[in-house]
Design a protein around this ligand. Structure first.
Ligand SMILES: CC(=O)[C@@H](O)[C@H](O)COP(=O)(O)O
Ligand SMILES: NCC(=O)COP(=O)(O)O
Length: 237
């Protein structure tokens, strides 16, 4: 069983573009869960360009499925996670100016740091996951950090699959297999979509959770636009 966690960053992006509260992030989180989503993911960035730290607090009593907070564990982020106590924290090594996440952790080079941060979260009973590239050495390194899970960074797979290269799944399948052998739970995310999710799921052993935002929100616009145009035309007739 693979859980679908909906990343709602894009809803906050849209809201922030007008400075008001439309669309409402909390209402959206309530709705996606009502429609069947099994988790809600947010990725507050230091510049708060989409999800704000206050959103993370406002969502605490709203997310009754799995609450996943992603981000680079800078002190401000660590404090937010310890305050909000989500189901899971996913650590992502974002550079401050990254448009979006673009790499996994070097779990070998940053082992000591990861061990320290992960143990603090686990002491507070927050499940941990770390964002990694599909590389066996990085999975072995992840095991050494004490993390509960890894999140496979799927951008390369999504890109190659769209070009027709199904072999791009191989390093992900190998890493998932090794993770399962080592007792690490397997999550995945980044650029997963309606086009590639079935193939990905079918080839990844023990896939526990996917977090999907950019494509899912874009697809919702495409698939909903016809209905909304008709509703406007009806009111104007
Ligand atoms: C870790 C990951 O892949 C996602 O959280 C992704 O980075 C979404 O973040 P943005 O919405 O800021 O692009
Ligand atoms: N962890 C990945 C995530 O939350 C969503 O990534 P994307 O679907 O917005 O690329």
């Amino acid at each position: 069983m693979t859980k679908l966690s909906v990343n709602i960053n894009k809803i906050a992006t849209l809201r922030n573009s007008r400075g008001g509260d439309v669309p409402n992030v909390v209402k959206f989180a309530e709705d996606v869960q009502r429609f069947g989503a099994e988790g809600v993911t947010i990725h507050p960035r230091p510049d708060e360009r989409h999800i704000r730290y206050q959103d993370a607090r406002d969502l605490v009593n709203v997310v009754h499925t799995e609450y996943n907070i992603e981000g680079n564990p800078i002190p401000k982020f660590i404090d937010l996670v310890l305050e909000t106590k989500p189901t899971q924290v996913t650590l992502v090594p974002d550079s401050i100016d990254a448009i979006t996440s673009n790499a996994g952790w070097d779990t070998i080079k940053h082992k000591d740091f990861l061990v320290e941060v992960i143990s603090e979260f686990k002491r507070n009973k927050i499940r941990t996951s770390i964002f990694v590239d599909p590389n066996l050495k990085q999975i072995e390194g992840a095991k050494e950090t004490g993390t509960d899970r890894i999140e496979l960074y799927t951008e390369a797979f999504a890109h190659q699959y769209a070009l027709g290269n199904e072999d791009a799944i191989k390093p992900y399948a190998d890493c998932a297999k090794l993770s399962n052998q080592l007792g690490l739970g397997v999550n995945a995310g980044h650029d997963l979509s309606l086009d590639n999710i079935k193939f990905f799921k079918e080839n990844i052993e023990g896939l526990l959770e996917v977090s999907i935002g950019h494509a899912l929100i874009s697809e919702s616009l495409y698939l909903g636009i016809e209905n909304v145009i008709q509703m406007y035309l009806h009111r104007l007739s």
